[in-house]
Design a protein around this ligand. Structure first.
Ligand SMILES: Nc1nc2c(ncn2[C@@H]2O[C@H](COP(=O)(O)OP(=O)(O)OP(=O)(O)O)[C@@H](O)[C@H]2O)c(=O)[nH]1
Ligand SMILES: Nc1nc2c(ncn2[C@@H]2O[C@H](COP(=O)(O)OP(=O)(O)OP(=O)(O)O)[C@@H](O)[C@H]2O)c(=O)[nH]1
Ligand SMILES: [Mg+2]
Ligand SMILES: [Mg+2]
Lengths: 290, 278
């Protein structure tokens, strides 16, 4: 574990003076390695370690506490602070409009149904809108999930105009008394100019209160470029981290949070629509540190 | 005196960053850097070259033998099973592969063995209709192994060359889902001890080093004979495939480079090395 590795790197410091750049060098290398092994972005790991160094240097080595544990606590607290920053609640707007975006296969459609289920529990009357007109049976997938969760559903299988489908979904929602609309969209690469343009037009058309980037918890180093581009195009309001029921460490979340500042709002921890929860920074911090 | 030049610190830093940002991960990055240091000292043809050229040359050597190539079907039907974690691209890859084999003049059947996820069968059926390829499916909630067997029987009776089995996404951390895979294999083996002849892990190329862990666990439980890395039309470079190759020696057959039927390319070590360091 990282605590053990740091303990070994700092074993000469027991109850002796202060933490310095020199006597922390090996320990900080271990922290950087732990973050990189957790798929934290190369530059984010470096910047985080520098920040930790600044916090640690000059601190008294506490008596009765193993130096390794002392440093891990500083790191853990800094991670929790970083990960938990920002508005982690959903907009209080009513009707509430939420746009789900992200790379292929990240869990958007499933998370749309999960979020609908969660908001229904909170007293909303959600409608889920099928705005993925490309993937074979994407509309069927959302329709089945909507039926399963007893959520209102809107789709137009004949339309090739995504912003128009979005507008029509809003009209359908106001017609049937739904006070929350969640728009599921197609997977898209951040470098696909046409599809980025499409989702920008959809955003402009439906004016969502939340734009949530759905990210696979195991996403690698490109998490930064992906999130940056989506953020610049759409002004993201939150992140959903999925598939955390696996054993990926989830470093992409730290990378995205530190570079874009977009708050993490929800996590997906399973394939069932109930496997969804609001985000707790201390759990993710422990997971990233391994 | 004749030990050759040492590669300089700046070049090594440059290479280290290139490897990390390509998702090679801690272990593999350290190993490749060690290989680069060794090779640079011993090989005069590398000395004085740009860091990128050295990296590509060494990576090419590291990946020697990693290109998988499908031999002509020895048994009829030769079964190719697509397995992997949720959302990696199995269903799309199954369709792409079926399309490619059909284009080669092979008789192909698809088996819709994801009986769990919403509209999984519809998704594969939609592909099958579009590509005019036969698909065998059952009802949602049916036993995946039973569907695999029905599809195998049908493919055998009709003299098909290939049966491509699409399976449900499953995280490698879920023992009961890994057991389901083992059951699919046992059921097929009862009727053909060699089936599925090809057991391919489909890995999302945008993921980090967790793909290496995925491969280890799937290999332990199912025995992998091949790898497909998808979504490399994005900006990720899929570096986990190098770790998978080094640790498990599983050949890489194809790369997924898009969402259409033709977006499946045979894996080329040379092109990949260039993509990582280019
Ligand atoms: N284990 C697990 N699986 C998940 C989770 N969220 C989604 N999935 C699964 O991941 C796969 C992909 O989910 P989808 O909802 O289809 O992903 P998507 O982003 O809509 O995919 P595209 O529309 O093709 O871009 C499915 O098999 C889901 O059941 C999660 O939190 N845990
Ligand atoms: N850009 C790109 N998208 C891909 C590629 N391969 C698959 N996809 C997309 O990734 C998403 C998921 O693909 P699927 O084939 O449904 O993945 P899967 O592994 O069968 O998913 P589950 O069955 O839910 O586990 C879809 O939107 C596909 O179009 C690829 O090579 N490039
Ligand atoms: Mg979807
Ligand atoms: Mg599938």
């Amino acid at each position: 574990s990282l605590t053990e590795k740091l303990g070994s790197a700092l074993r000469n410091l027991r109850g002796v003076g202060t933490l310095t750049e020199a006597n922390m060098a090996d320990a900080l290398k271990e922290v950087r390695t732990a973050l990189l092994a957790a798929d934290v972005h190369f530059k984010v790991a470096r910047d985080f370690v520098e920040r930790v160094q600044t916090q640690c240097v000059g601190q008294e080595v506490l008596k009765g506490v193993a130096p390794g544990q002392q440093v891990v606590k500083i790191i853990h607290d800094e991670l929790v602070r970083l990960l938990g920053e920002g508005e982690t609640n959903l907009s209080a707007a009513r009707p509430l409009k939420i746009l789900m975006v992200g790379l292929h296969g990240s869990g958007k459609t499933t998370s749309t149904a999960k979020l609908g289920k969660l908001l229904k529990k909170r007293g909303y009357r959600p409608l889920v809108a099928a705005c993925d007109i490309y993937r074979p049976a994407a509309i069927d997938q959302l329709e089945i999930l909507a039926k399963q969760e007893e959520l209102s559903f809107y789709a137009d299988r004949a339309s090739r105009d995504v912003p128009a489908i979005g507008a029509a979904a809003l009209a359908a929602a106001s017609a049937d008394g739904s006070d929350c609309v969640i728009f599921d969209t197609a997977g898209r690469l951040q470098i696909d100019a046409n599809l980025i343009e499409e989702v920008k037009k959809l955003r402009a058309k439906v004016q969502p209160d939340e734009v949530l980037l759905v990210v696979d918890g195991a996403l690698g180093q490109e998490a930064v470029n992906v999130a940056k581009t989506f953020h610049e195009a759409l002004s993201l309001t939150g992140l959903i981290l999925t598939k955390l029921d696996g054993d990926a460490r989830g470093g992409a979340a730290l990378s995205i949070k530190s570079i874009t500042g977009v708050p993490i709002k929800f996590i997906g921890m399973g394939e069932k629509t109930g496997d969804f929860d609001t985000f707790y920074p201390d759990r993710l911090a422990s997971r990233i540190l391994g | 005196i004749f030990f050759g030049k040492r590669i300089d610190a700046d070049s090594l830093e440059e290479l280290e960053e290139a490897l990390y940002t390509a998702d090679f991960g801690v272990e593999t990055t350290a190993e490749i850097l060690a290989e680069i240091r060794k090779a640079y000292t011993a090989d005069e043809t590398l000395q004085g070259r740009q860091a990128a050229e050295i990296g590509a040359a060494v990576l090419t050597r590291v990946l020697a033998g990693a290109e998988g190539a499908l031999p002509p079907p020895a048994t009829k039907p030769t079964v190719i099973a697509m397995i992997g974690v949720n959302g990696s691209g199995k269903t799309t890859t199954a369709a792409k592969l079926a399309w490619r084999l059909k284009g080669d003049g092979q008789m192909v059947t698809l088996a819709a063995c994801d009986t769990f996820r919403a509209a999984a069968v519809e998704q594969l059926k939609s592909w099958a209709t579009k590509l005019d390829i036969e698909v065998i499916a059952s009802h949602p909630g049916a036993d995946a192994a039973a569907v695999a067997f029905d599809a195998w029987q049908a493919a055998k009776a009709r003299g098909r060359d290939y049966l491509i089995v699409d399976t449900a996404g499953r995280l490698h951390t879920k023992g009961h889902l890994m057991d389901e895979l083992a059951k699919i294999r046992r059921v097929l083996q009862k009727h053909d001890p060699s089936a599925p002849q090809h057991r391919w892990l489909v890995v999302d190329g945008s993921l980090g080093t967790n793909s290496i862990e995925q491969a280890k666990v799937f290999h332990e439980s199912f025995g992998l004979t091949g790898l497909v890395v998808t979504k490399l039309d994005g900006t990720s470079r899929g570096g986990a495939l190098v770790g998978i190759w080094r640790q498990l020696k599983i050949p890489i057959y194809f790369l997924g480079l898009g969402e259409q039927a033709e977006d499946l390319q045979p894996f080329s070590v040379e092109n990949y090395a260039k993509a990582v360091f280019g």
